[in-house]
Design a protein around this ligand. Sequence first.
Ligand SMILES: Nc1ncnc2c1ncn2[C@@H]1O[C@H](COP(=O)(O)OP(=O)(O)OP(=O)(O)O)[C@@H](O)[C@H]1O
Length: 492
Amino acid sequence: MPAPQSKVLLDKQSHGNGTQANAAQKVWDACLDVLKDKLNSQAFKTWFTPISPLHFSDNELTIEVPSQFFYEWIEENYSTQLKQALKDILGSEGRLMYSIVMDRSQNNPVTIELPHQNMPKNGPTENGCSTTVKVSSDRDFLERYRTKFESHLNPKYTFDTLIRGDCNSLAFAASKSVSQNPGQNAFNPLVIYGGVGLGKTHMTQAIGNHVREKSISEYVLYVSSEKFAIDFVNAIQNGNIQEFSAFYRKVDVLIIDDIQFFAGKEKTQEEIFHIFNTLHQSNKQIILSSDRPIKEIRGIEDRLISRFNWGLSADIQPPDYETRKAIIQSKLEQNGVTFDANVIEFIATNVTQNVRELEGCIVKLLAAHSLFNKEIDLSFTKTTLKDIIRIQSKQLSLETIEKAICSYFSITPNDLKGKSKKKEIATGRQIAMYLSKELTDSSLKTIGLHFGGRDHSTVIHGYNTINKKVENSAEMRSQVEELKKRIEIMSI
Ligand SMILES: Nc1ncnc2c1ncn2[C@@H]1O[C@H](COP(=O)(O)OP(=O)(O)OP(=O)(O)O)[C@@H](O)[C@H]1O
């Protein structure tokens, strides 16, 4: 957002409450305009439209968010975009306050300020715009956090809803075992590692949920590494560090997600080290997750790494085709819907690396279905998911293949479709037939007709000739691969 707009808005700051609210609305509207361009529409609608601007004065905008969770989510996921938007609108001196509605029944709210992650209290950020949080409550929220114990487990993450496959079988078995006997097994700590969106959080929380459901242990706590680190810094700044340490030492099952975020945070690591020792010595269960094997995390102290290796590390790999299908089926059942088998097959074939993306496809299809009231068939699926799934080959037209061949061999469409037996033309023609059969759904007859009105036996001959050459000749293999790449790019 250009700087001149910020000037206009700043000039409009005023002292009366009504005009402050107006100014706040204008500043916030301008921020929303910037954010709208940077976020996808679902995220924008979910997280930013429920926010109300409260007031704006001395270059400080206060916005009200519906809950602490809301605040944490925005800070964790959108703080960079939000800071940049504020900087665009208010310049580098602009500040943001969150007002969190903790309890609407309370009068006389007390206000405390917590520094934003990785920022000096009230100081400007790297982006030049500072963010602080103002909590309205009858009690200090950290106090609440400790006295009213919350597990922070998502009840949806259970073993029942977690599909087991070759990709996660060791991690699954170990997690089940830990959940039946936390702290009293050889897997302490249990470390689950693997790539993005493969179910680490789901699996570790499934342990916690099982322990709670069966009342095996009382205090089960799930915390992300980032939240742990932020709370730790806050505790130091607010003089609550003893309370903080005591709280974590009380836990029976401690689940820490994404421990790679501890890299480089020395003080936090020291605290974890002491908590780890206390819990381990008292046979309390520690469960950790990481996006890579422990030995590959840089910036974590050796003594901590060695402790993390005391128990069992189990990896989760991207699911295979059958597991992907089973996951889709299970998600559909949870949503009480069914899809055609070929729709499931299409998603399972094309989304291979991230289960969160598989879920994203289902959500998008259901949303589009309810919006347009159209049947979810294969063609609707392909159109709806075209941004997520790069639809390949089978949708290609013969014209695209023709163009790619002509440009590659420097021949004209007439050459390609004509009767010339010149080597590069005849080879180009046969490769065109081969690729048409490999990459499209067109029948042999259609392919023959397209490339010069030939019959289907000519197409089969062309296909077989090239197929054999691809098997036996490295040069032909690389030619065909290069052509496939060009065709893929041309068809996007
Ligand atoms: N095997 C599985 N069966 C069913 N659902 C799964 C499976 N694996 C992952 N999911 C689902 O995929 C989504 C992403 O999983 P989750 O958040 O646990 O991944 P993650 O590995 O912790 O991701 P990140 O690396 O981003 O932290 C969740 O909704 C989860 O329920």
